[in-house]
Design a protein around this ligand. Structure first.
Ligand SMILES: *[C@@H]1O[C@H](CO)[C@@H](O)[C@H](O)[C@H]1NC(C)=O
Length: 152
């Protein structure tokens, strides 16, 4: 009995994490207005499709909607306006492993973009090679999610 409780607790933890299986940019919402130097909320729900302990993410602001990532899982240099950095999302209630994702991001200078124009905020989530538990071997895999934002 003594050994059963930690196992049940671990299973409960796993099932509680399951609803995050579908990735989503929770903030900024599609259509959010942005202006130069403005700080806006950021929140991303990781897919964590392979159930790794940590999900690396990176965020970008682009003029056009990115069609995909390059060979190393980034957006090609020169195809984005701003790079917000790379962070680690902790899954299953594991301890935070810095750098943890920020809860807000500050938008760069947008003076060269007309009011009303659409820019795209993107998150690339990475499942690193060999990080899936259970000895599942897979190459690094990248999930790209974008939302349109409006220059105010
Ligand atoms: C791929 O993306 C990364 C991250 O943005 C970048 O550092 C790298 O230079 C890119 N590769 C090419 C060929 O642009």
């Amino acid at each position: 009995m003594r050994f059963l409780f930690p196992i049940l607790a671990a299973l409960a933890g796993l099932s509680a994490a399951a609803p995050s299986a579908k990735r989503s940019i929770n903030a900024p919402a599609a259509g959010t207005s942005i202006s130069s130097g403005e700080t806006i909320a950021f929140s991303y729900g990781a897919s964590d499709w392979c159930h790794g302990g940590y999900s690396p993410i990176a965020m970008y602001l682009s003029e056009t909607q990115p069609a995909g990532v390059n060979a190393t899982g980034g957006l090609d240099d020169g195809t984005y306006i701003q790079y917000f950095g790379s962070y680690l999302i902790n899954n299953f209630g594991l301890p935070v492993l810095p750098p943890a994702p920020p809860t807000s991001i500050t938008i760069t200078d947008l003076e060269s973009y007309a009011v009303g124009s659409t820019l795209y905020f993107s998150v690339v989530e990475t499942a690193l090679e060999g990080t899936c538990p259970g000895g599942v071997s897979h190459p690094a895999e990248y999930l790209l999610t974008s939302v349109p934002l409006t220059v105010a």
